[in-house]
Ligand binder design. Structure first.
Ligand code: SF4
Length: 379
């Protein structure tokens, strides 16, 4: 493995709009490349410009803490930072991959975020996150923290094939249980399930059941994408060694979509399976409102709740345009409450959306959203 120390010009990455999965406006990658080397990782795709061989070559942003400190400093900012969770993880490298033991960048960034009072949402596959329980608890006390772990399955034997560099799903579930006992909100990212291997009803139900036993606060679900070239070639090689007879089935659902997406029909089937499992085990399919309502600005709160409504309807097989409305709201400069009587001028806002937005602005929630969430709410 090659480790290169690099000087980053910037660390904080602003999302185009508040991200309704993580409820976050900002993220960061402290490492580029990931020695966990999951077979399906889309960080391997050329789209992300990671240098060298993915899984083998890691770039370490050694000046990350200093750069971030100046980016967070309100005196140096022309536009103040928005309130939301700051996301640590995802992207092109796990923040708790083994090299973190040596560089401790993630730990030092957490210390800085604690000092500056920002809420934090961590996503990792590594049990090393338990090392930082002391800071995570302090952040949670001061401004709130969430620990999420990602899975493609709860089956240790299958995970060992496709996620060779990370602790087993059993260990990850134990880690989530540990954080729950310590009073930290947790989630499972069941993302991606692997086509024809971990996407069966039995496998998804089993994984959701385990998440529910651990007491996670929510589960985010998604199918796999396979972008052409480096990512797809690498995954197909792993598949060839594991179950070559599946290759033609993959060719049937991955047909060269630019974003690496499988066919819509395939994802619809998956969503139905997951939705059934989430109802059965009463597991919320999006972050519960109580974990973010007091963090976001009013526009972002409305945008996230509308996106959640859109998703919950989609999971019930209904099409809606609340996601489109959420997008219009995310671009607004002025607070929604200053245009209570004029909401219909916003693109996509009709009578129903107007009513929902007004209710959220008055009460902090929407009865429609609460009703849709009930089947998945914990008893
Ligand atoms: S842990 Fe995440 S970033 Fe690292 S290889 Fe696996 S999927 Fe990619």
């Amino acid at each position: 493995m090659t480790i290169s120390e690099i000087e980053a010009k910037s660390i904080l990455r602003k999302h185009r709009r508040v991200d309704s999965w993580f409820v976050s406006c900002y993220g960061m990658n402290l490492y580029r490349g990931c020695s966990h080397s999951c077979a399906y990782c889309d960080g391997r795709s050329e789209t992300y410009n990671t240098r060298g061989e993915f899984g083998q070559d890691i770039e370490v942003k050694v000046n990350a803490v200093e750069v971030l400190r100046s980016e967070l400093d309100p005196k140096r900012r022309r536009v103040p930072l928005k309130h939301s969770y700051i996301m640590l993880g995802g992207g092109v490298g796990d923040s708790y991959q083994p090299i973190e033991k040596k560089y401790r960048l993630t730990r030092r960034v957490l210390e800085l975020l604690l000092e500056c009072g920002f809420p934090v949402h961590i996503l990792t596959k590594s049990t090393l996150v338990t090392r930082d329980i002391d800071i995570i608890k302090e952040i949670n006390k001061r401004s709130r923290a969430i620990v999420s772990m990602s899975f493609s399955t709860a089956d240790d034997a299958i995970a060992a094939v496709f996620e060779p560099g990370v602790p087993s799903p059993t260990e990850r579930l134990q880690t989530l249980a540990y954080f729950k006992r310590e009073g930290i909100a947790c989630s499972m990212f069941l993302l991606p399930v692997i086509p024809f291997i971990t996407d069966t009803s039995e496998s998804i139900e089993n994984t959701v059941e385990k998440a529910s036993e651990v007491g996670v606060d929510f589960v985010i679900f998604g199918g796999m994408t396979l972008k052409e070239s480096r990512q797809k070639d690498h995954f197909m090689n792993a598949l060839k060694n594991y179950q070559p007879e599946l290759i033609s089935k993959y060719e049937g659902i991955y047909r060269g979509n630019r974003w690496g997406q499988a066919t819509a029909g395939y994802y619809d089937t998956l969503n139905r399976i997951f939705c059934r499992a989430a109802r059965k085990y009463r597991v919320p399919m999006r972050m519960p409102r109580t974990l973010f309502a007091d963090i976001l600005s009013e526009n972002d709160l409305v945008a996230v709740l509308l996106e959640h409504i859109d998703y919950l309807l989609m999971m019930e097989g209904k099409r809606a345009s609340f996601g489109y409305v959420a997008n219009s709201i995310s671009r607004l400069e002025q607070p929604l409450s200053s245009m209570m009587g004029d909401l219909r001028v916003l693109r996509g806002v009709g009578a129903t959306a107007e009513r929902i937005i007004q209710e959220i602005l008055k009460t902090g929630t929407s009865s429609y959203y609460e009703k849709l969430s009930v089947p998945y709410a914990r008893p």
